[in-house]
Write a protein that binds this ligand. Structure first.
Ligand SMILES: [Zn+2]
Length: 270
């Protein structure tokens, strides 16, 4: 499943290809999508491509009086991919769920397992989970301390809650706690100011590093296998049960918290 850095990479890759393009036609091939072509007026220009948590937001708002806001919001979930193809249109991809014909090229929504969503919204208020984006400027050690305050939930499942920090998934949650030397079972509200600073710093650092890394291999992004293979080199604990800790050499431990695997080094994360 794509995590925040992968989604950010998709956004950074697509933005220069899409911004300024005009929409010619929306074709919905999967009736499971809650999307009707008539809701997308022709010739709307793509103003901006950005991200809120793991939601990709394509701004089709029309300036002028009165302003007509419209956003195409895409969540990739398990297997979704947003792919821009240059003209002339390529033959249809397998698992194609929607195609947006642009004045130059096509934007394809391809999704084998069909859990992804594509929605047209004219109002974004309340559209997304209310959490803080860990890459936004508002994410500071003080803001993190406020969010953590009084929580008795273990820090690892706390990191996965989308109503506190948005966009962190299972892989990064384990990796961030290892980097910050915090045990995954510690109650979130019990972290010391120093631990909170480390948690903040490593959350940012890990996500930024992952984005930088994803960005350098963007051409491989469509290749699920190739991507995860390269990605694994960067993981210190995730998926490494019983392998030696890269810091102290003792075996990495796997535990289950709220039904999800957590990987940690009990010696380094005390
Ligand atoms: Zn260790």
């Amino acid at each position: 499943m794509p995590e925040l850095p992968e989604v950010e990479t998709v956004v950074r890759g697509l933005a220069p290809l899409l911004v300024g393009r005009k929409v010619r036609k929306l074709e919905v091939l999967d009736p499971k999508l809650d999307l009707h072509p008539s809701r997308l007026p022709r010739n709307r220009m793509i103003r901006r491509v950005h991200r809120h948590g793991k939601e990709i937001i394509i701004d089709l708002s029309q300036r002028g009086k009165p302003q007509k806001p419209l956003w195409l919001c895409v969540h990739l979930r398990m297997t979704g991919k947003l792919i821009w193809t240059p003209p002339p249109s390529a033959p249809p991809e397998r698992h194609l769920r929607a195609r947006i014909a642009l004045d130059r090229g096509d934007l394809l929504f391809v999704d084998a397992r069909r859990f992804g969503t594509m929605r047209l919204m004219s109002d974004l208020a309340g559209a997304f989970p209310p959490g803080l984006d860990p890459l936004a400027p508002e994410f500071t050690p003080a803001a993190l301390a406020d969010l953590l305050e009084q929580s008795i939930q273990a820090i690892k499942p706390w990191l996965l809650r989308q109503d506190r920090l948005i966009g962190l998934g299972n892989i990064y949650a384990s990796e961030i706690l290892f980097a910050a030397k915090i045990p995954p079972t510690r109650p979130a509200g019990s972290l010391t100011p120093d631990e909170i600073r480390r948690l903040h710093r490593h959350t940012r650092h890990l996500l930024e590093r992952a984005i930088k890394y994803c960005g350098t291999t963007f051409s491989d992004f469509r290749d699920e296998r190739g991507r995860s293979g390269r990605f694994r080199r960067f993981l210190k604990v995730y998926g490494r049960e019983d392998d030696p800790c890269r810091r102290c050499g003792r075996p990495v431990q796997r535990l289950v918290q709220q039904g999800r695997s957590t990987f940690c080094c009990p010696a380094c994360q005390k």
